[in-house]
Design a protein around this ligand. Structure first.
Ligand code: AHR
Length: 495
């Protein structure tokens, strides 16, 4: 991976430069999105393609963002998974697909699965790059690290994750864990966790996840085994969040969260370690997307994360939060209103009943509903779609939700849903549609790639893939079919 001549001149300070200047240097720095040091010039991650099992390293553009075009070219006409996320620090603590642990993964010899390399296309630094989209069964680990805190040493960590892609399964963690892949007891883990903690179901009063510390045998919101409402990521949807944990290893720890698109950090807790966890007994392995014992029931998104040696200062954390916000995670692509990949669009119904209605996500179901310029921001975002190259066929398109990165419009039992793409071939095909001229002469119609007699259709407010008659399903009726399958592609409602 060559260093572009202008690289070090163009790239300004990055998170690990800030932590180094504050005397808490990074001992791990992982990202599929960008360099975390101004001077890093190596590869960010490795992908493996299904067609011949060949691997390729994905490196950097001159401004320090991932060269996703390398991945697109290498994985064209086949599929790829992420096999390694390189550590950009001098410690070389690379993450590989987890070999498994007490809980065996669904992969070969009990290993976990790798994330689909194209599952999470997002904008960052003005480029289209890819995040790591973890579904249950996937995870990354390094059990033989160097420089990571052990046995009560201080450390800090953060990850940029998602406030719209998460679940309540154990354990969407990033950080320090057991080297054996087994649960060795309280304090043997020190990881930041993003999830909906089902131990305290009434704790979550909004739609977002919470940011917690998984310290082993406990997901802590603070130093008690109870709900801390401040752990909740409120005010959503927040497609990109930053989640922070620091621990002095002896007496105290702190948790914070931020919106990775704007603003500063919110302190969740700063105080004593839970009883039985002081001093900490970290072992120094690194995990991503799993629990210390390889519990792999979690879902989440990962864009960047670092671990430090030493307890970081709040001012360094704040400077890094500003640095993250300056990335422009999920910022508008600049393209709009066309079916070109990267373009942001709305899809307006053309049937005379419903010309004020647009295709939108309603809690995972695709519907048409009225949207205007004065609609709430949530509704505008839920009716904004980012056109992506078709997940199953590059000559067609897929539609990614603006509010829920990694969630795509797909059919399931003939109804249209908005779901996290998990890399399976069925979810690829179900989320791929081939545009044609509108069947009623207006806009476009979208043919299902794996059910080619069927087109996206609205019927009594809901969306389906429907054929023109020829079935007992009510949404296949020929009445109004040409109108119901035709949509005007326009610029989106959200800015
Ligand atoms: O602490 C929660 C989880 O409990 C850990 O991640 C895992 O090792 C154990 O099952």
């Amino acid at each position: 991976m060559g260093l572009c001549v202008a690289h070090s001149e163009i790239v300004k300070q990055r998170p690990c430069d800030i932590y180094a200047a504050a005397s808490t240097p990074c001992v791990a720095a992982h990202s599929t999105v960008r360099s975390l040091y101004a001077k890093y010039s190596g590869a960010l991650y490795q992908v493996k393609r299904a067609s011949d099992n060949a691997t390729e390293n994905i490196g950097l553009l001159s401004d320090g963002y991932a060269n996703a075009a390398t991945q697109d070219a290498f994985c064209a006409k086949t599929t790829c998974i992420i096999t390694k996320i390189y550590d950009q620090s001098a410690e070389h603590n690379d993450l590989a697909i987890s070999p498994g642990g007490y809980y065996k993964g669904p992969g070969p010899n009990g290993s976990d699965l790798g994330a689909a390399a194209d599952a999470l296309p997002v904008t960052a630094g003005g480029h289209q790059v890819y995040g790591v989209s973890i579904s249950p069964g996937m995870g990354y680990r390094n059990n033989r690290t160097s420089g990571i805190a052990v046995k009560g040493k201080p450390e800090g960590m953060y990850m940029v994750s998602s406030g719209t892609h998460f679940n309540s399964g154990c354990c969407f963690d990033y950080g320090n864990a057991e080297t054996s892949g087994t649960d060795t007891g309280a304090g043997h883990m020190d990881t930041v966790n993003v999830s909906r903690d089902l131990s305290w179901p009434t704790c979550h009063n909004g739609s977002g996840p919470g940011v917690h510390a998984d310290l082993e045998n406990g997901i802590f919101h603070w130093n008690q085994r109870s709900c801390n409402p401040a752990a909740n990521v409120g005010g959503g949807p927040r497609p990109f969040i930053s989640a922070w944990l620091k621990n002095n290893g002896q007496t105290r720890f702190a948790l914070k969260w931020g919106d990775a698109q704007s603003g500063g950090l919110n302190t969740i807790y700063s105080g004593a370690l839970p009883s039985g966890y002081a001093p900490m007994r970290q072992e120094g392995a690194i995990i991503l997307g799993i629990g210390g014992d390889n519990s792999h029931a979690s879902a989440g998104s990962f864009f960047e994360g670092v671990m430090t040696t030493g307890f970081p200062t709040d001012s360094a954390d704040n400077a890094i939060q500003s640095n993250i916000v300056a990335v422009g995670y999920g910022a508008p692509t600049g393209l709009s209103g066309t079916l070109t990949p990267g373009s942001e669009i709305s899809l307006q119904a053309t049937t005379s009943c419903c010309t004020g209605d647009y295709v939108r996500n309603e809690n995972g179901t695709a519907v048409i509903a009225p949207i205007t310029s004065s609609s709430p921001e949530q509704d505008k975002g839920d009716s904004t779609w980012i056109v992506r190259r078709g997940l199953a066929d590059n000559s067609c398109v897929s539609f990614e939700s603006r509010n829920n990165p990694g969630d795509f419009l797909r059919h399931l039992n003939l109804a249209l849903h908005v779901q996290q793409f998990d890399g399976t071939s069925l979810s690829r095909s179900d989320a791929t549609f081939c545009p044609q001229l509108g069947k009623d002469g207006k806009g476009n119609s979208f043919r299902s790639v794996n059910d080619p007699t069927k087109y996206i259709r609205h019927y009594y407010g809901k969306l389906y893939v429907a054929s023109d008659g020829d079935s007992t399903n009510p949404w296949d009726t020929t009445a109004l079919w040409t109108d119901d399958v035709s949509f005007i592609v326009s610029p989106p409602w959200s800015p």
